[in-house]
Design a protein around this ligand. Structure first.
Ligand code: ZN
Length: 422
């Protein structure tokens, strides 16, 4: 059914019109409305090919591709590194020797240089001086429109570490990120502590997040659509080549599985602890202080010989609001604020060669996108010095009841044969 509906759509609807509808859907600024569940046919019709959303992943027995891939990759995965504690981060019963740190377990030792031969070091900082590798974890957040609008207004791209389950819950939001030229990396399927998984289950956490990431507007394209046999492959979009471990929980066993899937591990140097405000363990003021400390380091020359990465999130409205509030100061403190892949001069971010990122030199010269889906060309960096206060930024995300989201969804639903589940 999904194939027929999408085929109908792609046969009869000009791509520009599809994009116009999606743009309308994604222009809403009301968290409740934005976070009303909808069904995207390409996703809802493929759910039986995935583990249950938000549940710890296992390899599906009937998924031949996954079974074969694991059979191949498992040959390079060490068997003498056993799971640490459980997938909820309970390490009470582990007898790991942190001092000798045989597995290069970052969460316990901050080790980023693997001890297992053949693995590249984690990316914890960026080589370009006075540069911030800019990125956000845990998206796509259903109410991220105001935040993404802000980034767009600032001509700012970032690296988005998407959770597979979130991508299936909010595919239009995921589309927006890739369509606007942000770099997409994986952040696992269900966001648990990776070193607590068995090796096959850890593989599944990667596999089902990575291989279904980034539904692209370009894939609603008759050429591509008719050229492929399996409908689900038409909405895969891109195959990511980077990932960030939830909670930073990675060791050489997990790195080996990531390496087998072509994923580079990206960690961080500083933590804003924005994610922890929601737990009540830190206050909003402490989060702003963490940003301020990071900014002060930039201002006092700490990053004059090599740039840095700070952990920040797309997790909730507070974390996005904080990012908006602090952006002008980050821009002032750092010479360059760029996606992590750009700071690494990684011009081919995905396996698919029809996407590219600008080089670092291109980006800082004003070419902030090169060949991302839907949008291309260069754009000058925004040089206006904003003085927006935290209060003003907070207002950006204030609610604004509007019915345009439902109107847009209704229009989209009509276009797609009333397949949307509101
Ligand atoms: Zn996370």
């Amino acid at each position: 059914m999904a194939g027929q509906v999408l085929l109908h759509l792609t046969e009869h609807l000009p791509r520009k019109r599809v994009q116009t509808v999606l743009t309308a859907v994604l222009s809403e600024h009301h968290p409740t409305v934005e976070c009303t569940a909808y069904g995207w046919p390409a996703v809802t019709n493929a759910l039986n090919e995935f583990p249950p959303i938000w549940q710890p992943a296992t390899i599906l027995a009937n998924d031949t591709d996954a079974v074969n891939s694991w059979a191949n990759i498992s040959k390079s995965v060490p068997t003498d590194i056993i799971p640490h504690g459980d997938i909820f981060g309970d390490w009470n019963d582990t007898s790991y020797n942190v001092a000798s740190d045989p597995a290069c377990w970052w969460t316990r030792s901050l080790c980023t240089t693997p001890k297992l031969a053949g693995l590249p070091p984690d990316v914890a900082s960026v080589p370009e001086p006075d540069t911030m590798g800019y990125g956000f974890d845990d998206g796509p957040n259903c109410s991220h429109n105001a935040f993404y609008d802000y980034l767009k207004d600032q001509n700012q791209k970032a690296t988005m570490f998407f959770i597979g389950s979130n991508v299936l819950d909010w595919p239009l939001e995921a589309m927006r990120a890739i369509d606007e030229g942000h770099e997409i990396c994986a952040h696992t399927w269900s966001h648990h502590y990776m070193t607590g998984f068995s090796s096959p289950d850890a593989f599944a956490e990667f596999y089902y997040s990575k291989s279904r990431h980034g539904f692209s507007l370009d894939l609603i394209n008759p050429w591509i659509f008719q050229a492929s046999i399996k409908a689900i492959k038409l909405v895969l979009g891109v195959t990511v080549t980077c990932w960030r471990p939830p909670f930073g929980d990675v060791n050489d066993r997990i790195r080996a599985i990531a390496e087998g899937l072509g994923l580079r591990t990206i960690i961080w140097q500083y933590d804003s602890f924005d994610w922890e405000q929601a737990t009540g363990n830190v206050t909003a003021q402490q989060v702003y202080q963490n940003y301020d400390n990071f900014i002060q380091r930039a201002e006092n020359g700490t990053f004059s010989s090599g740039g840095s990465i700070m952990l920040t999130h797309e997790l909730n409205n507070f974390t996005m609001q904080t990012a908006v509030s602090m952006y002008p100061q980050l821009k002032d403190a750092f010479k360059y604020v760029v996606p992590i892949g750009v700071a690494l001069n990684k011009t081919q971010p995905y396996v698919e060669s029809n996407y590219s990122l600008p080089s670092f030199e291109q980006y800082i010269s004003g070419t902030i996108t090169t060949n991302s889906s839907g949008s291309s060309g260069s754009s000058s960096s925004n040089t206006s010095s904003s003085t927006s206060s935290k209060k003003n930024a907070a207002m950006m995300l204030a609610t604004k009841p509007d019915s345009s989201f439902f109107i847009a969804l209704g229009l989209l639903s009509a276009l797609m044969g009333s397949s949307l589940l509101l």
